[in-house]
Design a protein around this ligand. Structure first.
Ligand code: GAR
Length: 216
């Protein structure tokens, strides 16, 4: 069976990209990573992708006169490698409606909160300030609204007493590294599909009914 050709867009560390690369390293996984593109020349994730033998590309937004020109370069690079799905993984640029439309239903993102709560930046500070007992991460299809769009998968993580934003971020990141490959698998197998502004799921197995936080 042909594997889905996925491109990963990063801006920094690239730990979610590594989680995707690790899953795709299994020839039985239904997707393969055909390129990693960073908008920042110094992104640490680039070296990690190169070490894994994945073709990388820097498309520096600052070297382009405007958003449309930057996105035209992105599109050209994505088309050149035959990308069928775009995975945003800590890619910190807002995308224009034109670019989002072109990739509608073929572009996904991970965000470190249970959307629609806590969009934007300083997500874990927002969660701590709100006093929630559970937070987590969300993998969703990308729409023109930032950190919005039909949800494919979420993972819930408890907020613990004394948590700092960094401690909470580290716990959520562990969940991200599980949720993103799982969501990519669902998409690549055609088991998560966009329909009527929502994601329809096929053949999923539910094992846990309640996550309590605090546990008792
Ligand atoms: C991740 O926590 C990801 O969810 C977040 O940036 C981090 C990137 O880390 N993305 C967003 O906040 C998008 N709104 P990584 O480069 O190690 O994957």
């Amino acid at each position: 069976m042909a594997r889905l050709k996925a491109a990963v867009l990063i801006s920094g560390r690239g730990s979610n990209m590594v989680a995707l690369l690790d899953s795709c390293a299994d020839p039985a996984f239904p997707a393969e990573i055909v390129t990693v593109i960073s908008n920042r020349p110094g992104a640490a994730g680039l070296a990690r992708a190169e070490a894994a033998g994945i073709p990388t590309r820097v498309i520096d937004h600052r070297a382009h006169p405007g958003r449309e020109d930057f996105e035209a370069s992105l599109t050209a690079a994505l088309e050149e490698v035959g990308a069928e799905l775009v995975c945003l993984a800590g890619f910190m640029r807002l995308l224009t409606p034109g670019f989002v439309d072109r990739w509608a239903g073929r572009m996904v993102n991970i965000h470190p909160s249970l959307l629609p709560a806590f969009k934007g930046l300083h997500v874990h500070e927002q969660a701590l300030a709100a006093g929630v007992r559970v937070t987590g991460c969300t993998v969703h299809y990308v729409t023109a609204e930032m950190d919005d769009g039909p949800i494919i998968a979420q993972a819930a993580v408890p907020v613990m007493p004394g948590d700092t934003p960094d401690a909470l971020a580290a716990r959520v990141l562990v969940a991200e590294h599980k949720a993103y490959p799982m969501a990519l698998k669902l998409v690549a197998e055609g088991r998560a599909r966009m329909g009527g502004g929502e994601v329809e799921l096929d053949g999923t197995v539910w094992e846990q009914e309640v996550l309590l936080s605090p546990p008792r």
